[in-house]
Ligand binder design. Structure first.
Ligand SMILES: Nc1ncnc2c1ncn2[C@@H]1O[C@H](COP(=O)(O)OP(=O)(O)OP(=O)(O)O)[C@@H](O)[C@H]1O
Ligand SMILES: [Mg+2]
Length: 133
């Protein structure tokens, strides 16, 4: 599925256009594309206060209300860090997971997931959604 997103509000609401069976979502591509903003909308759907959702670029992992795990792998430099940061240990504890800039996914304990590719073109975002098993 391919969608054109013209405003931040539409990115926040993108979740509503997707089927409701996505539990693990990989958010790929451009810097400043709206990956964290997408997660805020996803959190709201899970009845989490979207204002508690903050970028995990520096913390690697954030979790909200014991419901949603939010990971950003941008700063992960090597495979060892997957173990050092206990990423699989955390993954096993959450039903809903979003991962910005996924890396080393063959090492992660995720088996069914949805990939959301967000490409930035000025203020517009081109979003491609693929299911993976
Ligand atoms: N069409 C649009 N869709 C989504 N975000 C938009 C759009 N136009 C402007 N923006 C702005 O782009 C910014 C995206 O920020 P956000 O932190 O969600 O991106 P990100 O992909 O997580 O960035 P990073 O690569 O730093 O993790 C927001 O400030 C948002 O308001
Ligand atoms: Mg982000």
């Amino acid at each position: 599925m391919e969608l054109i997103i013209n405003t931040p509000e539409e990115m926040f609401e993108l979740w509503k256009k997707m089927a409701k069976d996505h539990k693990t979502i990989l958010l790929k591509w451009d810097l400043w594309a709206g990956k964290t903003l997408f997660t805020k909308g996803f959190a709201k759907w899970l009845e989490i206060d979207e204002n508690s959702v903050q970028s995990p670029t520096y913390t690697y992992l954030n979790s909200y209300d014991n419901k949603l795990l939010h990971i950003d792998m941008y700063r992960l430099e090597n495979e060892n860090e997957v173990w050092e940061k206990w990423i699989n240990d955390q993954i096993s504890q959450y039903d809903y997971i979003t991962i910005e800039r996924p890396k080393f996914i063959e090492l992660l304990d995720i088996y069914e997931y949805t990939v959301v590719n967000i490409e930035k073109k000025w203020e517009t975002r081109i979003v491609r959604i693929e299911n993976q098993q």
